[in-house]
Structures are given as structure tokens and as C-alpha cells.
Design a protein around this ligand. Structure first.
Ligand code: FE2
Length: 208
């Protein structure tokens, strides 16, 4: 019987930041660097946790406390921090405004208008303690703005995030102090809709 069963994993390295991220409108270089430093930490911890899981004692698994439990719970925090920040970095650096193309059609169909989508995501970001996401639920066949109190709460299965709004304090406090709403407005002003449309196309999401 196996006492430790993780297949070997591959280490990953942080992605480079694109230069546009250092010249955002209203969001400072210092704020972007704060995200990046945290992101590097998530990558490092993801690698460390998966390494430890290679030799964890499966026979000691316990729901109150066990190494397996601790590692697997915190792995979701590390991986969530990676995935969310990679979305965040990739779809900022644009000119904001209203989207066109497939994502515009999806937003209009599922929210009624761009303004309604924007108002709903802003409110969701104000109600969240960590993240807000626009994601496409493949089972329901529609977009929805989801709330996250941390990067590992509360995504649902079989949904693909298309907009990832970081509302942790490190995202806005340097530039806006406690005025999170103004930060969210700046986030919208820097969105690169071409990137989001590229994801929609790559995933094969269509407004049926
Ligand atoms: Fe962040």
C-alpha cells in the first residue's frame, strides 16, 4: 500500500509583467509592484506545497488537523493567488471604455447593457473582501459576477473567469486610501477588452 502518492510535479516560475502595467492610468507602479511581490510569493509557496505533498503521510489524513489537510487547503490559496493575478495582469494595460465583439454581445445579453454589468461588478467588488469576477458558467450558459472573500473563496465549478477584479487592500490603498470605489473605476479605465475577447474566442464562448 502506498503511504505517499503524489505524482511528481513541475515547478513553475512567475510570469514577467508586461511594460504597460507600469504606466496604468490612476493605478501606480508601486501598487502593481505590490501585486507582483505577492504573486511571486504564491508561485513559490505553490511549488513548496506540491513538493511537500510528494512525501506526505497519507495514512495520517485527518479532518481536524493533518499535514495532508493543511497542505491541500493552503494550496488552494496559493494557486488562487497565482491564477487570479495572472488574469489581473494580463487584462490590464488597455484603454477601458466599452467593449466590442463577442464579449460585448455576452454582456448585453446577460446583463442588459454594459452600464448594468459595470454597476453590478463594481457593487460586487465593494461587497467583496478580496476578489470579484465576471465568469462564464458553462452549465447555465451565461455570465455572472461572482464574489470572493479570498482568492480561494468562492469560485464555483465549470465556470471560466473573464474579468478578475482584485479588491484586496494592497490593490488600492497606496493610490486611493480607503476609497475603493475610485480604484474600481480606475480598474475599468485600464481594462484591455481585446485580451478578454481573445479569451472568449479561445474558450469558444458564444452568445447563443
Ligand atoms: Fe493583488
Amino acid at each position: 500500500m502506498l503511504s505517499s502518492a503524489m505524482a511528481t510535479f513541475e515547478e513553475i516560475v512567475p510570469r514577467e509583467l508586461k511594460p504597460e502595467l507600469y504606466a496604468l492610468d490612476g493605478i501606480s507602479r508601486a501598487s502593481v509592484e505590490a501585486h507582483y511581490k505577492l504573486y511571486q510569493g504564491y508561485v513559490s509557496k505553490r511549488n513548496e506545497i506540491l513538493k511537500k505533498l510528494e512525501s506526505v503521510e497519507l495514512g495520517a489524513a485527518n479532518q481536524v488537523y493533518s499535514d495532508l489537510r493543511a497542505l491541500k487547503v493552503d494550496l488552494t490559496f496559493a494557486v488562487g493567488g497565482i491564477k487570479n493575478h495572472e488574469l489581473y495582469f494580463e487584462h490590464l494595460g488597455g484603454a477601458g471604455g466599452e467593449p466590442d465583439g463577442a464579449v460585448a454581445a455576452l454582456i448585453k445579453r446577460d446583463f442588459g447593457s454594459f452600464a448594468a454589468w459595470r454597476a453590478d461588478l463594481k457593487a460586487t467588488g465593494l461587497a467583496a473582501r478580496g476578489w470579484a469576477w465576471t465568469a462564464y458558467d458553462w452549465d447555465e450558459g451565461r455570465l455572472f459576477n461572482y464574489i470572493g472573500d479570498t482568492q480561494n473563496t468562492f469560485p464555483i465549478w465549470n465556470a471560466t473567469p473573464l474579468v478578475a477584479l482584485d479588491v484586496y487592500e494592497h490593490a488600492y490603498f497606496l493610490d486611493f486610501q480607503t476609497d475603493r470605489g475610485s480604484y474600481i473605476d480606475a480598474f475599468f479605465a485600464n481594462l484591455d477588452w481585446a485580451v478578454v475577447n481573445d479569451w472568449v474566442s479561445r474558450y469558444g464562448i458564444t452568445a447563443r
